[in-house]
Design a protein around this ligand. Structure first.
Ligand code: NAD
Length: 497
């Protein structure tokens, strides 16, 4: 498989940088456009339309009309499955282009963009296409003289709002199950990273998704978010993003009693027991906090190490972390690229500076890196801070690891759960009984044992506590995009007259 040498050159293939509404590409109603920046250089990459609330109205109307016409919901789920399967195949054919655009827009190392982002996103379409062959209702055994069956129906118009860090994967984890269930969609990607969503509009249309079923509005969440979430013709909101914005949007959705799924922030603990296979654990620890430059809701930025190996682990991290290939996302050897925006770089720099001022011991990193004009921050390991320190307690969303020692299993569990969030968690140990015991007590939607980010389209993920509610991935995600409709017949003699 070839890799495009310069992802920036692929960006012009993004269709027109316009809105995709009712099967047509069009400019924003007021003609405004916004500049998308390449995080690896700080240079302009593309311009895209900055939608207005009137464009949102048009997109919702297109989705509403498409839903009500039955052009999509009226197909059998097997027919919809064939179309999603075609989308999967086109994504495979356009893998290198999708990866190049995702890399150029988000700053992702090209190899990871291809083998993680595009791969996982395509597999989500393949997986939900396969579920489309099994979306049957059910017959219920009733106690009365009745015949009852339960149909599974789509909800209607779904608004899919996604964050900047994994545009393709996180949009696919909403769009694929929503489409297979028969819903229509208005997708609003993050303001800074909308490019792959425009390619997906092209791919879904080519696969056979009818006009109006899938619409994309690009622009700022501050301008469009409330209008989308509060819109009376929207039947469901699937939101992934920060806890603060998610809580705001959930409260707004509640005013019109819309179902709302909330995939929010995280601050996972990675617990390493002294009996862990240290070579494997070190690889897991590092990948858990540097993957996607730490801009990963399920990253493992809080490392909890059993005291007998605490100093050893710190020593190894101090040596190993600076060796991880760091630099331009276009280099196939790069593992850690830039942060996705100047805003992210400023946020990460500021929180690390506050941690240093509060007495953090810098094991490695701890500052921005001046490279090519991009938004680079050195992978950073900090120790000597209490769990209450801001940088330990809050989501940093950068390549920053804090390390704390623990003495007992109970203390490790208490430290791991001692945060507002509950998205992911990890346990590294060679004692399987201990792994089961500890995993069962961790407050998180997913727990990895002897690894990290072991994700698959068939495995649900989602949050507890401030990390939100609802699940994406697996058959569980279908619950978010369908409702049960019970139909009950009276079988008493003469009832049908
Ligand atoms: P964000 O909350 O700033 O933005 C998320 C999306 O919401 C964007 O599309 C944004 O334009 C939109 N938005 C902004 N204001 C809105 C409003 N009033 N109403 C509706 N939508 C609005 O998040 P971000 O900075 O793009 O992403 C980082 C955050 O996302 C982190 O907290 C991260 O943990 C979280 N995240 C969670 C998951 C998960 O699966 N739980 C996955 C990825 C990222």
């Amino acid at each position: 498989m070839t890799i495009i040498d310069n992802p920036a050159t692929a960006a012009p293939t993004v269709p027109a940088g316009r809105l995709f509404i009712g099967g047509e590409w069009r400019d924003a109603s007021d003609g405004r456009r916004t500049t998308i920046v390449n995080p690896a250089t700080g240079a302009a990459l593309r311009e895209v339309a900055a939608a207005t609330t009137s464009d949102v109205d048009d997109a919702v109307a297109a989705a509403r009309n498409a839903f009500d016409s039955g052009i999509w919901s009226g197909l059998s789920s097997r027919e919809r499955a064939r179309i999603l399967q075609r989308a999967y195949q086109i994504m495979r054919e356009r893998t290198e282009e999708l990866a190049a655009v995702e890399s150029a827009n988000v700053g992702k190392p090209i190899m990871l963009a291809q083998f993680v982002d595009v791969n996982n996103a395509a597999e989500l379409y393949e997986y939900y296409a396969s579920l489309g062959h099994h979306l049957d209702g059910s017959v219920r055994e009733t106690t009365g003289n009745t015949h009852a069956y339960v149909k599974r129906e789509p909800l209607g118009v779904v608004v899919a709002i996604t964050p900047f860090n994994f545009p393709l994967i996180l949009s696919s984890s909403k769009i694929a199950p929503a489409l297979i269930a028969g819903n229509t969609i208005v997708h609003k990607p993050a303001g800074d990273t909308p490019l792959s969503a425009l390619i997906m509009a092209e791919i879904l249309a080519e696969a056979g998704v009818p006009a109006g079923v899938f619409n994309v509005v690009t622009g700022s969440g501050a301008t469009l978010g409330d209008h989308l979430v509060g819109h009376p013709d929207v039947d469901k909101v699937a939101f992934t993003g920060s806890t603060d914005v998610g809580a705001h949007a959930a409260a707004l959705a509640a005013q019109t009693l819309k179902p709302f799924t909330a995939e929010l922030g995280g601050n996972a603990a990675n617990i390493v027991f002294a009996d862990a296979d240290l070579d494997q654990a070190i690889g897991t620890i590092i990948s858990a906090f540097v993957f996607n430059s730490g801009q990963f809701c399920m990253a493992g930025p809080r490392l909890l190490v059993e005291r007998p190996i605490y100093d050893t682990v710190l020593g190894i991290l101090g040596q190993a972390v600076p060796q991880v290939p760091f630099g331009s996302p276009t280099d196939p050897a790069t593992v850690i690229g830039p942060l996705a925006s100047q805003t992210q770089l400023d946020k990460v720099s500021a929180i690390v500076e506050r941690a240093k001022a509060a007495g953090a011991q810098v094991i490695t990193g701890g500052s921005p890196v001046d490279l090519d004009g991009g938004f680079y921050y050195a992978p950073t390991v900090l120790a000597g801070l209490p769990s209450s320190a801001e940088i330990v307690a809050e989501e940093v969303f950068g390549p920053v690891l804090t390390v704390e020692p623990f003495d007992t299993e109970e203390e490790a569990i208490a430290l791991a759960n001692g945060t507002a969030y509950g998205l992911a968690s990890g346990v590294q140990t060679s004692d399987l009984a201990k792994a089961h015991r500890v995993a069962a007590k961790l407050q998180a939607g997913i727990t990895w044992v002897n690894g990290w980010a072991l994700l698959d389209p068939s495995v649900p993920f989602g949050g507890v506590k401030a990390s939100g509610w609802g699940r994406e991935g697996g058959p569980e995600a279908m619950e978010s995009y369908q409702r049960a409709h019970s139909i009950v017949f009276n079988l008493e003699q003469g009832a049908a007259r």
